[in-house]
Design a protein around this ligand. Structure first.
Ligand SMILES: [Zn+2]
Length: 340
């Protein structure tokens, strides 16, 4: 069964086609792949508590209703501690998919279509001038502007939110997963996404990052004790900066960063026992000043996610601009011009 008429309609297809040879096979050469997949590419489903998404069913796997599986299905590998029961919308024996997990754009591009189909909400993104498009379906919520034939002219960046993972209305088991395809031209040029996805980046929840990109900082309490809230746990494996301020006076106390261990670096500030054991002594090899610990109930925290390579620059930019009380080094002299 051809997917395209279902999705775009015949004349839309004509507009969508690139002038490509019709002899394209689903086994492109490594040099074709290398020249096509330039720029930043990310797995199209956010990490779940730092756990990267995985392929739960591969390209070309046998299907009863269609000739072949034209893409990959993405879910999270089941952990022993996962509460989701097999046979529910949220899991199988081997994989899980929690509710409200973000689907994100695999690379920069323009939204070609975003609409409801019989298989759930579906999105096509064109990644021109590179001759590649990506297809996402079974979305629960659509968080881009609905459009066809690119009329919305909406552009997205790699990692921007497109919607949330849902299930196909045609699936009797209602199993939540993202169905994802990579097209080197039109849908009949689908390749096995796993040929290229191995080197793609895994990203956190873009809804956390969105706060940062807009320039505003959202401060939230971290709880007086016990388990950290979900948004803190979601920082596992992430890169970025954190700002700690007094919950009552709102005085900024400290700005720190991590190039990939944001959760660990932030939560060290709340481990009061370490205050008495000299834990921080000699721990600041990356150029950080000695860390300080704070009572969790007395502070609130804002996060700005960055690329790993950018976390230190963003930290020093914020220290210079905001002059937190407890950062001891990297502070400009009082008469030094702040270049921001
Ligand atoms: Zn699928």
């Amino acid at each position: 069964m051809s997917r395209l008429p279902l999705l775009l309609g015949g004349s839309a297809l004509a507009a969508y086609l690139w002038s490509r040879s019709r002899t394209h096979t689903s086994n492109p050469s490594p040099s074709t792949l290398a020249s096509t997949f330039t720029g930043r590419w990310v797995w199209p489903v956010q990490n779940y508590n730092g756990r990267p998404v995985a392929v739960s069913d591969g390209f070309n796997s046998p299907r009863p209703a269609v000739a072949r599986h034209g893409g990959v299905d993405l879910m999270f590998k089941r952990n022993a501690s996962d509460a989701f029961k097999p046979g529910t919308s949220n899991g199988t024996k081997a994989f899980v998919m929690p509710d409200d997990i973000a689907v994100v754009a695999a690379s920069d591009g323009a939204v070609w279509s975003a609409m409801k189909t019989s298989r759930g909400n579906a999105i096509v993104i064109e990644h021109g001038p590179r001759k590649v498009a990506t297809f996402y379906t079974h979305l629960d919520k659509l968080l881009v502007t609905p459009t066809s034939r690119g009329q919305s002219k909406q552009r997205v960046r790699a990692g921007d939110i497109l919607g949330t993972v849902g299930f196909s209305p045609l699936d009797g088991e209602k199993l939540k997963h993202l169905h994802f395809e990579v097209w080197l031209g039109n849908p009949s040029d689908a390749i096995d996404p796993e040929l290229v996805m191995k080197t793609w980046e895994h990203v956190g929840d873009p809804r956390t990052a969105l706060v940062a990109r807009n320039g505003s900082l959202t401060y939230r309490p971290v709880g007086e004790s016990g388990a950290y809230p979900q948004w803190v746990r979601d920082l596992k494996g992430e890169a970025g900066v954190y700002l700690i301020r007094d919950i009552e006076s709102h005085e900024l106390l400290y700005v720190g960063s991590s190039a990939g261990r944001l959760y660990d670096t932030l939560t060290r500030h709340f481990q009061a026992w370490r205050r008495f054991k000299g834990f921080w002594r000699g721990q600041y090899a990356e150029g950080h000043d000695p860390g300080l610990t704070y009572d969790r109930g007395d502070v609130e925290v804002a996060i700005r996610l960055t690329k790993p390579d950018d976390s230190l620059d963003e930290e020093s930019r914020l220290i210079h601009r905001l002059r937190p009380r407890d950062n001891l080094i990297g502070q400009p002299a009082a008469d030094e011009a702040v270049p921001f």
